[in-house]
Ligand binder design. Sequence first.
Ligand code: NAP
Length: 308
Amino acid sequence: MLHIYDSIIIGGGPAGLSAGLYAARSKMDTLLIERAKYGGQITTTDELENYPGSIENCTGTSLSERMKNQALDFGVKFAKDEILDVDIEGIIKVLKSKKNVYRARTIIIATGANPRLSGFKNEKELRGRGISYCATCDADFFTDLDVAVVGGGDSAITEAIYLTKFAESVTVIHRRDALRATKSLQDRAFHNPKIKFIWNSIVEGALGDEILEGLLIKNKITGETRNLKVDGCFVFVGYEPISQLFQGKVTMDEKGYIVTDEDMRTNISGVFAAGDIRKKSLRQVITAAADGAVAATTAENYIEENKN
Ligand code: NAP
């Protein structure tokens, strides 16, 4: 007999892991499928200072490990696999990977988002050769060197501050004359002697053949261009939802974020979404974790209501 789970959660970031914890605690037979690293995006963060109760030296990786172990203790089963196709219209949802077919009464989509590319010339070619999207992963390579950060949001400024622990200098290149990041981060960055700012400017291209040697920068107001010599460039210009698998199958907004009601229901019964994949106004670890808890609870109620 083919196994039918009560719930399958796709994605092992804070939304998926907290959905797992809540589902398993309410005795749902729960499988969590993750294709890469548990923790998702937070594993690229070195310092988590805005998750309530996070302890001193709490990193994205340490928090996600604790979340995973907690879910495991309550009986969540974990599978490392990549779902490639879904059939979610029926009462029993079917998820297919290369080698496996999974079935469940409910699914919770918690696939999150990926860093967005800035779109300048040579960005893709020099990715991993001086251009990076993860300071926690790559900062060490730039010890005592000069780096640039592209973007002006919370990610760019958090990571610029982190990079000052390694780099000789960090130049933030922002397309406007004011940062989007929260005021407390702005204060820390403005008071950090290693951080410089280039305002109203965009990167037009990365210089170098085999390895990054600098950036071609254009001032949007004057139209002036100049070369900035840097050894590394960290791009933090927002994120894109990982929702392609569900394109045309659940309702999404124009950017590809999944639309839910406040109880995390999508337009398809038995299908829920949680975390950064959702259309919402605040994408943080705490809102992802909260979404996961709500999604699992709504999924449990759905199963109760649909028992025959
Ligand atoms: P974000 O808030 O969307 O900011 C993206 C930044 O990149 C903006 O400054 C934007 O400029 C700039 N930008 C966008 N496209 C660009 C392009 N093609 N070229 C150059 N610049 C470009 O993204 P985020 O900073 O990654 O944050 C995403 C979410 O995670 C937010 O909700 C944020 O609060 C949250 N987050 C929170 C923390 C924290 O609380 N510590 C840390 C990281 C992320 P404009 O300002 O001109 O639009």
